[in-house]
Design a binder for this molecule. Structure first.
Ligand SMILES: [Zn+2]
Length: 530
C-alpha cells in the first residue's frame, strides 16, 4: 500500500512568539528556521512581514533551504482593494515561497469583530487569495475559529473554505483558535467538510491545547482526512500552547497504525535528533525544559528503582512504548544506567569522534559528564563544550592555553560631564607554551572587559581567533535560593558562518561566563587546527 503524504507546518515563530516570556530576535528566528529546516518540516512560518522591524529583516531574504518559507498576514480589510491594502502589500513583498492568510469563518466574528457583512468577508478572502496566488506564492487560508463557526453556521463556515479554494488556495486550514474543541467533534466536522466536497488533501488542522488535546485533535483531523498539521516546537504558544510538533512527529513516525498509512518530510534519522532539537530550542528561548514532555522530556524514559526498573533491565519493552533512541532520548534507570554507554558512543560518533568501547577514558568521560550535568552544565545545549570535553578527556586535543589568573572590577561613578556611568576593567594572565602573557582591557561590563582582555593577546593563536565573534549570551539561575548556581551559555560564530555554543557553571556569574568564554576560544582553535 502506498502511504499518503502528510505535511507539517510550523508556526513556532508566530504562534510561539505569543508565549509569555518568549521574544525572538532576528538571529533567534534564523536559528529556529534552520533547526526546523534540518528536521524536515514542510513549511516554516516566520511571522508577519511588515509588522515590525524584526519581521521585516527576517523576511528580507529566504531563511530556509528545503522548507517553504511562509509569511503570515490578514486578508485585505473590507472596503479596501487588495492592491491598496498595506498589510497584504508587505506580505507580497516578503522573500517567501508561501503565504498563509488568516480570515474569519465564524459569522458572529465577522459581524462583531470585523463589522462587515458575510459577503464582504467572502469577497476579502477571494481577493486576497487571488492576489497572493497571482504573485506566484503557494497560498494557504487559515480559517480562524472554524470549529465554533461551523457549529454556529455550517453553511457560512463552508462558504469560506470553498471561496478560498475556488480562488486558488492550495490549503484551507481549519483552526481551533480557542482550543476548546474535542477530538470527536474535530473528527466529525472534518469528515463533514470532506463530505461536502472539499478534498482532504487540501485541508489542514491548527489546534490549540486549552483542553490538553491539541495533539489528539490534530491526529483526529488526520484520521478524518486532513493532510496538513500545524504546530509549534515543544508546544509553545499563547495560553496553553499549540499542538506540540515534538509529540506529533514521533507519533506519526513511530506508531504503526499511523506510520503504515502516512509519510512526512521527517526521516527516521532526523527523528533521532528530536530530543536535542527540543532542548536547543528551550535554551534559545531561555526556558527550563519540561522533563515530562512526551518523547523528548528528560524523564520521558526515566524509571526509578523498584519493580519497573528491574523489569526494564530485563527487557526495556516492558515499560517503554517506543525506543528512546528513536527520538534521540535516553533511558534512565536510576539504579544502573545501562543505556548510558551506547548513547554516549552514538553521541561521540555523531561528532566524528572515534573511541573504542573498551577504552577506559570513555568511562571517565561518562562519569565527568554525569557529574557535571548534575551540577548544572547543559551539554545538550552546549555542543561545543561537550565536544571539547570529550576530545580533551580522550586526549585528542591540547589545552591550547592556561589562564593563570584573572581579575576584574566594576566601577560606578559620575564622569566629567556629570553622567552616571559604569565601567569595568579586566586583567588576564595567560600561559602558552611556558610563555606568560598579560593583557588589560576595559569594557562596558566585567564579562565584556574579560572577553576583550582574554582575546587581546593569545600569542601564536591570535590570528586563529581574529574572526571569532560572540553572538549571544544567556544566563540562567539554577535551583534558586542562597545556594543558587549560575549557568551561562555563550553562542559564538566566525566568518565561515558556523555557530557554536559553550557553557559555564559556577556560583559566581563572572566565573561561569569566563568558563564559557574560554571554551568558545578553545573550540575555535580546535576548529582552526591550531
Ligand atoms: Zn494559533
Amino acid at each position: 500500500m502506498t502511504r499518503e503524504r502528510l505535511y507539517l507546518f510550523d508556526t513556532t515563530l508566530r504562534d510561539g512568539q505569543q508565549t509569555p516570556g518568549v521574544d525572538f530576535s532576528v538571529a533567534d528566528k534564523v536559528a529556529v528556521a534552520a533547526m526546523l529546516d534540518e528536521l524536515g518540516v514542510d513549511y516554516v512560518e516566520g511571522g508577519y512581514p511588515g509588522a515590525n522591524p524584526t519581521d521585516d529583516e527576517f523576511f528580507s531574504r529566504k531563511r530556509t533551504g528545503r522548507a517553504k518559507f511562509t509569511g503570515f498576514g490578514m486578508t485585505r480589510r473590507a472596503g479596501v482593494s487588495a492592491s491598496n491594502d498595506p498589510g497584504l502589500a508587505s506580505l507580497l513583498r516578503a522573500a517567501t515561497d508561501a503565504t498563509c492568510l488568516v480570515a474569519k469563518s465564524w459569522d458572529y466574528h465577522v459581524r462583531v469583530a470585523l463589522g462587515c457583512s458575510n459577503e464582504e468577508n467572502l469577497a476579502a478572502i477571494a481577493d486576497s487569495v487571488r492576489a497572493s496566488v497571482a504573485s506566484g506564492r503557494e497560498t494557504l487560508l487559515d480559517c480562524e475559529h472554524f470549529f465554533d463557526g461551523y457549529k454556529a453556521n455550517a453553511a457560512y463556515a463552508l462558504a469560506c473554505v470553498r471561496t478560498a479554494l475556488d480562488a486558488g488556495a492550495r490549503w484551507v486550514v481549519l483552526c481551533d483558535t480557542n482550543g476548546g474543541a474535542q477530538p470527536s467533534e474535530v473528527a466529525e466536522i472534518v469528515s463533514a467538510v470532506i463530505a461536502s466536497g472539499v478534498p482532504g488533501d487540501r485541508l489542514g488542522i491548527h489546534a490549540h491545547d486549552d483542553t490538553g488535546q491539541a495533539v489528539a485533535n490534530s491526529l483526529a483531523a488526520v484520521e478524518a482526512g486532513a493532510r496538513q498539521i500545524q504546530g509549534t516546537l515543544n508546544g509553545i504558544g499563547e495560553r496553553c500552547g499549540n499542538a506540540n510538533l515534538t509529540a506529533v512527529i514521533p507519533t506519526l513516525l513511530l506508531k504503526p497504525r499511523l506510520a503504515a498509512r502516512f509519510v512526512t518530510g521527517v526521516t527516521r534519522e532526523a527523528l533521532r535528533g528530536l530530543t536535542r532539537l527540543s532542548r536547543r530550542f528551550d535554551e534559545l528561548v531561555n526556558r527550563a525544559p519540561d522533563p515530562q514532555l512526551p518523547y523528548v522530556g528528560a524523564s520521558a524514559f526515566a524509571t526509578k528503582a523498584g519493580i519497573h526498573a528491574s523489569a526494564i533491565l530485563k527487557d526495556p519493552k516492558t515499560y517503554e512504548h517506543v525506543e528512546p533512541e528513536s527520538v534521540g532520548n535516553r533511558r534512565r534507570v536510576m539504579v544502573s544506567d545501562q543505556g548510558g554507554k551506547s548513547n554516549f558512543l552514538a553521541e561521540l560518533e555523531r561528532r566524528g569522534i572515534a573511541v573504542n568501547r573498551d577504552d577506559s577514558r570513555l568511562e571517565s568521560l561518562i562519569a565527568i559528564v554525569k557529574e557535571r550535568e548534575s551540577q548544572g552544565w547543559a551539554y545538550e545545549a552546549a555542543d561545543a563544550s561537550f565536544e571539547l570535553l570529550a576530545r580533551r578527556t580522550l586526549g585528542t586535543i591540547p589545552e591550547f592555553f592556561r589562564v593563570e589568573s584573572y581579575h576584574t572590577t566594576v566601577e560606578r561613578r559620575f564622569n566629567a560631564r556629570g553622567d552616571l556611568i559604569t565601567v569595568s576593567e579586566a586583567v588576564v594572565k595567560v600561559e602558552i607554551d611556558g610563555e606568560r602573557l598579560m593583557s588589560v582591557a576595559e569594557g562596558n561590563g566585567p564579562v565584556n572587559a574579560l572577553d576583550r582582555a582574554l582575546r587581546k593577546d593569545l600569542g601564536k593563536y591570535q590570528d586563529a581567533i581574529a574572526d571569532l565573534e560572540l553572538t549571544d549570551f544567556k544566563v540562567r539561575i539554577l535551583n534558586g535560593g542562597t545556594e543558587a548556581v549560575t549557568r551561562v551559555l555563550i553562542e559564538s560564530g566566525d566568518s565561515t558562518g558556523q555557530r557554536w555554543t559553550t557553557v559555564g557553571v559556577s556560583p559566581n556569574i563572572i566565573d561561569a561566563s569566563f568558563q564559557a568564554l574560554m571554551d568558545s576560544i578553545r573550540f575555535k582553535l580546535m576548529k582552526a587546527g591550531a
